[in-house]
Design a protein around this ligand. Sequence first.
Ligand SMILES: Nc1ncnc2c1ncn2[C@@H]1O[C@H](COP(=O)(O)OP(=O)(O)OP(=O)(O)O)[C@@H](O)[C@H]1O
Ligand SMILES: [Mg+2]
Length: 224
Amino acid sequence: MADEEGEARGPYPGLRSFTETDAGRFFGRESEVEALWQRIRARRLLGVIGPSGAGKTSFVRAGVVASRPSGWGAVVTTPGSSPLQMLGQALAPELQGDVETLRQLVRFEDPAAAFDVVARWRMANAQALLVADQFEELFTLCPPEVQVRFAALLGRLAGEAGVHVVLSMRDDFLMRCHEHEALAPVFAELTPLSARSQGRHCAARSRSRRKQRASASRRGSSER
Ligand SMILES: Nc1ncnc2c1ncn2[C@@H]1O[C@H](COP(=O)(O)OP(=O)(O)OP(=O)(O)O)[C@@H](O)[C@H]1O
Ligand SMILES: [Mg+2]
């Protein structure tokens, strides 16, 4: 059904990124999605890197998050200029029904409170994946003290709360992660995405679509 809807709307979402709801029409990254899931299972803090526009957001949302195994909770956040607040907002829909934890969201600016809330969400799921997409915003939009607080929180979530954390960022900001000890594990397991490999898949896919359409129209005219 999602595929049919996707077809009706066209195979690409235009200039915007693919999201979880576009999963049915997201193609070309299957082996990379599978490989990242294997890494996620083995490690708790990982990086997805690539140049601007390589397809990182689409990959993590329509590929990785959309294909999470059953029992896995998943939240995608972006730091913006208030990473803690943004994380609280991203988490809120996951906490429906847990009134006590939802109440704590108002104190989310306090990293200790944020840790407790995310840890409770983690415990409510068999496994939990937290994706911080556009992670470069932490360095471009946030003052140093906010960077320190958020990096430390992510480190604690991965190390102490058992949350699997994926940082998705532009490759030219990767080295900035060295400024935060808590983010050091990211360098041990990186998933580089190149726009070229995506382009190859996409080009192959549109060629095969064109062929399918051409043969369908040939069939149509011979039946007429
Ligand atoms: N597998 C794919 N097939 C076709 N188009 C894709 C694919 N992945 C991404 N795109 C398209 O490429 C463009 C860039 O994708 P996306 O926003 O996911 O990249 P990004 O690396 O997150 O970019 P940025 O660095 O700006 O955050 C979008 O128009 C998106 O629709
Ligand atoms: Mg992006």
